[in-house]
Design a protein around this ligand. Sequence first.
Ligand SMILES: [Zn+2]
Length: 304
Amino acid sequence: MSGKYSHVIVIGVDGAGSWFREADTPNFDAIFENGAVTYNALSSNPTISAECWGSMLIGVGPEVHGLTNGIVSSVPYDVKSPFPSLFRRIREAYPDAVLGSFCDWNPITHGIVENNIGVSHDTAPDTELTPVVCNYISENKPDFLFVHFDSVDGAGHRSGYGLPDFIQRIHEVDKLIGDVHTAVRDAGMLDETLFIVIADHGGANDENCKGSHGGWTDGEKYVTFAATGKGINKTELDEMNIRDLAAIVLYAMGISLPVFDENGWTSQIPEGLFTDYEGEYRDISHLTGAAPRISKVHHESELV
Ligand SMILES: [Zn+2]
C-alpha cells in the first residue's frame, strides 16, 4: 500500500440524515473531535438506499449507475461494469489488499460490490454484526472496510424520522461506532487509519408519524458526514455530496481519481477536508436537484 493511510474504515448509517446533530452521541463526538464534520452533505436523488449507496461506493450518480433496491436485491453487480465499485478499483490497484464489506442490508455487498474479487463479507442486524466486524478488524487489519448499519432507518420507518425512538436508535448505534473504533485502536491501526461515518439519506414523516424517504425535502436530502485521521482538517465542511466518499477513499489510499465527467465519474474531494489537497470543487447541484421521485420499493428494514 502506498497511500496516505494504511487503512480506511467507513461506517454507513442508513437513514440517519443529519440527525447525528440532535442525538446524544458521545462516541461520535469524541472520535471526530479533531476531524472534519458536516450535517449538510447532499444525498443522491432519489433518496433511496440503493441509489445512494451506489453513488457512494461507485462515485457516479443514480442516473449513471442505474441501481435500484429491486436490482441490487436480485442482480449481482456487473464485474465488467464501466463504473467499477471502490472495491474493484482498490483491488486493481493493490492486488493483495485486504477488503471487507459487512452490511446489515446484504444487497449492498452483492448488488453494488462485485462478487468474487476477494472481499470478505458477512451480514447480520447491526448489534450482532458489530462483534463480527471487531473480530475481523483485529484478525485481518483490513486496508479498506465498509460497514453498514440499518437499524436507524428501520426506526425512522416505524416511528418517524427525527422523533424520539429514532433519535434513541442513533444513540444506540453510536455505541456500535465506538466499539468499531475501539477495535481499530486495539489492533494498533488507529494512527494509520482514515475513519469515516456517513449516512445515505434521511427521511420525512406523514401525519401518523410513519416515516418514508425517496423525495427531496431537507430532512431527506441532508446527511451527516464525518472523517478523522492524520491529514484531515479540524473543520466544518461547506459543501459535499455523498458520492464524494468514493473520491475520498481513493485519494486516501493513493489511487488516482478518474477524470470528472458529468455522464460518469462525478465524485470529488470536498474543499478543506485534507490538509494537502487544494483542488477546486465543482457545483453539481444541477445533477442532484432534479424533480424528486418516490420509490415504492423499500429494502427489508423499510418493510418493518
Ligand atoms: Zn437507505
